[in-house]
Design a protein around this ligand. Structure first.
Ligand SMILES: Cc1ncc(C[n+]2csc(CCOP(=O)(O)OP(=O)(O)O)c2C)c(N)n1
Ligand code: SF4
Ligand SMILES: [Mg+2]
Length: 284
């Protein structure tokens, strides 16, 4: 039995999200999932970028880093490479993840760093009061698209799969009971685990509501084989609905472990000063 409960991870900082925001449900499921993992708060770091959702580190009584817009993943990657013993969870929004942070997202998937990335996807920029994001639906009217966005939305689950993520899931903030076990599964996964959570912004997005997400989503189904990459791709591109569940969960080589192995063998061939000198010389 873990000595930690949900309360062990809750900070005293007041959660300033709007009443009814989908992010509340995700936060609660995360407290529960941390408790189930039995993670020591002193050994756990929540990293975020910028956005309403990215305020999350303040609400955890763990270590936290509220970083730069779109830069949570590279910072978390550096942290994990330096301190493999830490539990690293990255949180943020769809703008942070898929727009300004899009380049980092695809490389994090590819590199398979041993951390978890949970995106609170509300199809809008919430913090800056309602601009279209990469996941906004075509025709969606926002401050930046007053006549409706003409672009096709990004399919983040399909993208993560296509660039090599080893664990890919999607859930919905309205499914409180389903979020926690999926988060736990992602935390237990060795490598980069990524979950897109449909999370209504009740203030600036009147289209993608709890009712809307419920009507357009359905479970991926118990017969889905999450070791089968091609089946995961097909499910991610289902034209008529958004599938919810774990699309892919595969064991692939993990970069932070690989790098640790290389550093260890370098240390065996010479002392630190010689290695540093040779690195500096290679740049001159
Ligand atoms: C470099 C930089 N560009 C733009 C901004 C302004 N900005 C702050 S948050 C944000 C978008 C937030 O949207 P999202 O990541 O979806 O988070 P949400 O607020 O919806 O949870 C933007 C554009 C910024 N802070 N820094
Ligand atoms: S503006 Fe939207 S995303 Fe931000 S706290 Fe309010 S409901 Fe949530
Ligand atoms: Mg958003």
């Amino acid at each position: 039995m873990s000595e930690y409960t949900m309360k062990s991870y809750k900070s005293e900082t007041k959660v300033t999200w709007c009443p009814g925001c989908g992010d509340f449900g995700i936060l609660n499921a995360l407290y529960q999932a941390f408790a189930e993992m039995g993670w020591d708060p002193n050994n756990t770091v929540v990293v975020s970028g910028i956005g309403c959702s990215s305020r999350a580190p303040y609400f955890f009584d763990t270590y936290g880093m509220h970083t730069l817009h779109g830069r949570a993943l590279p910072i978390a990657t550096g942290l994990k490479l330096a301190r493999q013993d830490l539990n690293v969870v990255v949180l943020g929004g769809d703008g942070d993840a898929y727009s300004i942070g899009g380049g980092h997202f695809l490389h994090a998937c590819r590199k398979n760093i041993n951390l978890t990335y949970i995106v609170m996807d509300n199809n809008i920029y919430g913090l800056t009061k309602g601009q279209a994001s990469p996941t906004s639906d075509t025709g969606f009217e926002t401050n930046t698209t007053p006549y409706g966005t003409v672009e096709k939305p990004l399919n983040p689950v399909g993208m993560a799969l296509s660039v090599g993520a080893s664990f890919v899931g999607r859930t919905f903030a309205g499914k409180i009971k389903e979020m926690k076990p999926m988060f736990v599964e992602a935390f237990k996964h060795k490598g980069f685990s990524y979950i897109d959570v449909l999370s209504p912004c009740v203030t600036f997005n009147k289209e993608n509501t709890f009712k809307f997400y419920k009507s357009v989503s359905e479970p991926i189904g118990e017969d889905h084989d999450c070791k089968d990459y091609m089946k995961a791709l097909v499910a991610a591109h289902e034209p008529d609905c958004m599938k919810l569940g774990v699309f892919l969960n595969q064991d692939l080589p993990v970069t932070d472990e690989g790098i640790a192995g290389q550093t260890k063998s370098l240390a065996m061939v010479g002392n630190d000063a010689e290695i540093t000198k040779s690195i500096i010389e290679s740049y001159s």
